[in-house]
Write a protein that binds this ligand. Structure first.
Ligand code: SF4
Length: 288
């Protein structure tokens, strides 16, 4: 691997460094649940009122420990390779294209890590064979670093995501009703306890992206806007009152958290997206 070269504040980063980082991130994310998620599930065991629910949550912790020890995936569905990249405007990538580097990193991770390849043609269902192409969300930011976040995302939870263009008059109550509708529709299928990402505002595609970004917010934290933070708490209570419970066995912990990301929208619209994540919330990041 070639070293990083400095030229004043501009940095050159060779694609080899990106390939290695992406390979490491997707293997690590799949076999090693983050402490934040482990702690959230442990906290849920204390809060859960049903015996079956407590047992399920305890098994999830046992499963995560075995996966870490044996270097095995936490879940058989090792997901589509969702990747968020924040690239400093003073970074110059050398040796190839960023997209190809991320694809190669994903390819190596799923081959070397013996992770299931879950990517296929939408109609023929023919597997692409190496879990590529990755899904890449890119942001250009100030500075000369590259931050890469890997979030392998399973199909069972992704299937219960949706974008709805609400009318402005539907307001907060309309958003709450939509979120609850999606949670009830999913029931046990997205493998609760779930995490609910809600994107509000922007337009059709940005609301969807915001809902995915909402899933990256650490569990147990809230939006910096007190009003939105209160709405997150309110919605979490309502989701947990559905009684779906861990893995759908009934209980008081259906969700570990609800996170909202919001931005301004058109005066005629209220776009809202819901993106549901399962208990196997696999997310790892590195800054190069
Ligand atoms: S929804 Fe999550 S936990 Fe359930 S099978 Fe898919 S990846 Fe695994």
């Amino acid at each position: 691997m070639r070293p990083i070269m400095s030229r004043d504040y501009m940095r050159e980063v060779h694609v080899d460094m990106i390939i290695s980082a992406v390979e490491m991130l997707f293997i690590d994310a799949n076999v090693n649940l983050s402490l934040n998620v482990i702690d959230a599930i442990k906290g849920a065991i204390a809060r859960e009122e049903s015996t079956a629910g407590k047992e399920v949550l305890t098994e999830l912790i046992n499963n995560a420990e075995i996966a870490k020890e044996e270097r095995l995936p936490v879940c058989q569905d090792t997901g589509l390779a969702v990747t968020f990249v924040e690239i400093g405007q003073d970074v110059h990538i050398t040796g190839g294209s960023l997209f190809d580097a991320i694809s190669e990193g994903v390819r190596r991770a799923y081959q070397k890590g013996f992770l299931r390849k879950s990517c296929c043609d939408p109609f023929t269902r023919k597997n692409t064979g190496d879990n590529t192409p990755p899904i890449i969300h890119m942001k250009i930011v100030p500075g000369n670093r590259i931050k890469i976040i890997a979030m392998p995302k399973g199909g069972g939870s992704e299937n219960y995501g949706e974008v709805r263009m609400l009318t402005p008059a539907q307001g907060r109550e309309g958003v709450k009703a939509f979120v609850l509708d999606m949670v009830r529709k999913g029931g046990p299928n997205p493998c609760p306890p779930i995490i609910v990402g809600v994107g509000i505002g922007g337009n059709l595609e940005t609301s969807a992206q915001l809902s995915k970004e909402a899933l990256m917010v650490p569990l147990g934290t809230h939006n910096s806007d007190p009003e939105i933070a209160a709405l997150e708490t309110e919605m979490l209570d309502e989701v947990n009152r559905t009684g779906i419970g861990p893995q759908g066995y009934g209980g008081t912990v259906t969700a570990l958290d609800v996170h909202i990301e919001m931005m301004p929208c058109h005066i005629a619209s209220l776009p809202v997206a819901v993106n549901i994540q399962c208990h196997a919330h696999r997310i790892k990041e590195v800054t190069l």
